[in-house]
Design a protein around this ligand. Structure first.
Ligand SMILES: [Cu+2]
Length: 168
């Protein structure tokens, strides 16, 4: 009876280790919505052109003494009047180029370029795509360790099963 406990304990330990190594080997999570700032100052948007990723948010803040707006020329968004110090935040969930202007001062224009989400390179899907992100050198070194641990786990389970079989 006692003999059965040690293989199981070892299996749990190996399984925990394997999960740890596999977890550490997983690629960093996709960049979660980054935040960008555009200052409205001296009757201009700064930066006038901003390139962001899908899911990122942009906050316009009016630093001028007069009211401005950030109003999409296609009707996609409208900040409404922004008084001095007021801000407007918008999250862009679709790729594309969004031109906008200030309604009271239409010569004030800006552009948000929303790029599609980058292809997330899963460690196992290292396919033939030329511009797939290359995993960091450390990541490839972890893979053999994970395989060894999985093999050990399999071996441990096999031993445990064999012991159970013997006990009957
Ligand atoms: Cu304005």
């Amino acid at each position: 009876m006692l003999a059965q406990r040690s293989p199981r304990t070892a299996v749990s330990l190996v399984a925990a280790l394997a999960l740890l190594v596999l977890g550490a080997g997983a690629s960093t999570p996709a960049r979660a919505g980054g935040a960008h700032a555009i200052e409205i100052a001296d009757f201009a948007f700064a930066p006038a052109t901003l390139t962001i990723a899908v899911g990122d948010s942009v906050t316009w803040t009016n630093a001028d003494a007069v009211v401005h707006t950030a109003t999409s020329t296609s009707g996609a968004f409208d900040s409404g009047d922004l008084a001095t110090g007021e801000s407007y935040t918008l999250t862009f969930s679709a790729p594309g180029t969004y031109a906008y202007l200030c309604t009271p001062h239409p010569t004030m224009t800006g552009r948000i370029v929303v790029e599609p989400a980058p292809a997330t390179a899963a460690p196992s899907a290292g396919g033939g795509l030329p511009n797939v992100a290359v995993p960091a050198p450390g990541a490839s070194a972890r893979t053999p360790a994970a395989i060894v641990l999985l093999l050990m786990l399999g071996l441990g389970l096999g031993v445990a099963g064999w012991r159970r079989g013997q006990a009957r």
